[in-house]
Design a protein around this ligand. Sequence first.
Ligand code: ZN
Length: 489
Amino acid sequence: MTSYSQIIAHQRDTEALGKIMERLGWDQETMMPEGAANQRGAEMAALEGVLHARRTDPRLGEWLADAKAPDAMGARALELIARSYRRNIKVPADLAQKLAQVTSTAQGVWAAARASDDVAAFLPTLSQVIALRREEAACLAAGGDLYDALIDDYEPDTRAADLAAMFAAMRPRLLALRAAVLAAPAPTPLTGHFPREGQLALSRKMAEVFGYDFTRGRIDLAVHPFSSGGGDDSRITTRVAEADPFNCLYSTIHELGHSCYELAIDPAYNFTPLGRGVSMGVHESQSRIYENQIGRSAAFCDYLFGAMRDQFGPMNLKTPRDFARAVNRVHAGFIRTESDEVQYNLHVMMRFDLERALISGDLAPRDLEGAWNDRFAADFGVAVPRPSLGMLQDVHWSAGLFGYFPTYSLGNVYAGCLNAALRRDLPDLDGHLARGDVAPATGWLRERVQVHGGLRPARETIQNACGVAPSELPLLDYLEAKFKDLYDL
Ligand code: ZN
């Protein structure tokens, strides 16, 4: 066997074991009996040990030194495997283990602290997670910026300084748009009772409309919706609130974007590092364009208005336009995941600045609550009433996911670029969306983005799809046009 084929064979099994790990995680959130939590922790820790040993196997270093790729796909696979190998050998095994163990326990501590609005109960654990992630970042950064080293796990080749510049360009236009929208008369919200079975039936219908392959996927319930897996097995979850069917519907459509991406990747890439979404930002671009630029478009709302009436009977909203205004309602709120399109990126900017300061050491964990509340008051004009609506709302920091938040905004920016290109190429798209026909849009995304998986780096993936370099401008233009229309500005 050549070094190249040794590497590919080794990677194939590592990828397969990684998929089993994901399946265990899916089961934990959907099916697992509550009493099995400790045992599951031990099972996952054992598998994590096997995975870590495979990813840092010294033979990989030897093979990589003289491997020759037969083609472009092989060259990219080698590049990604080498990148992961170099990253993993920089972190001592005992530090990696300690991080896995602490972040796993920390999520339980965070959930309990959030339930009782008790910041003090979370602070020692948060401090420990931050200290360990800083230590890990120091191993990875080799004298460079610690936060940049952490971003690299989620969005390779992206630097905090570039993200800060992107946010600085977005902020004034978003603030101006929000001010204009909030000064206008507020749309009537959807009210009523929407039984669980009807919401789940409509969710399933949305999955069919968006072309989800039920022979390789499924929908289950979870507290926090997510998608999981890839290759020939990618699943989604959703949730139901009987007073708010949009929560269920748009959670489903969002996760469908993630899952359809995974299922559309060229099967030739399966069990290689090309066989999954290329970065968190590109992944989020697929979920966000399904959810927002397609699912929340006025045209698709025409269709959804009828589908909702068929499912639930007459609603308090009498016209498709009132319905679209309710779907896109901009409202004051404290929770990022419930935020509208206008304000969502402002939530992310705040987390980006705070976590960057936590990792650099400029902000001590004990000062985080004050810093959060001050920043929220400055950015959103209201005081945070309790920590579960403030710094305790997101799971990310307990899970050690520092550097992850900005990928949500990158996803929005990339979705904006893709939407502009999509509408340039398909000028009659709205006519299709109004009939519930999203196939032209999903087909375009499949062919331009999804099928390529990890073949190209993230920005190149978007540039290749759109024909122009990614920028925040198409997203801002889209938001201004959409909300000026919906709010009659
Ligand atoms: Zn997402």
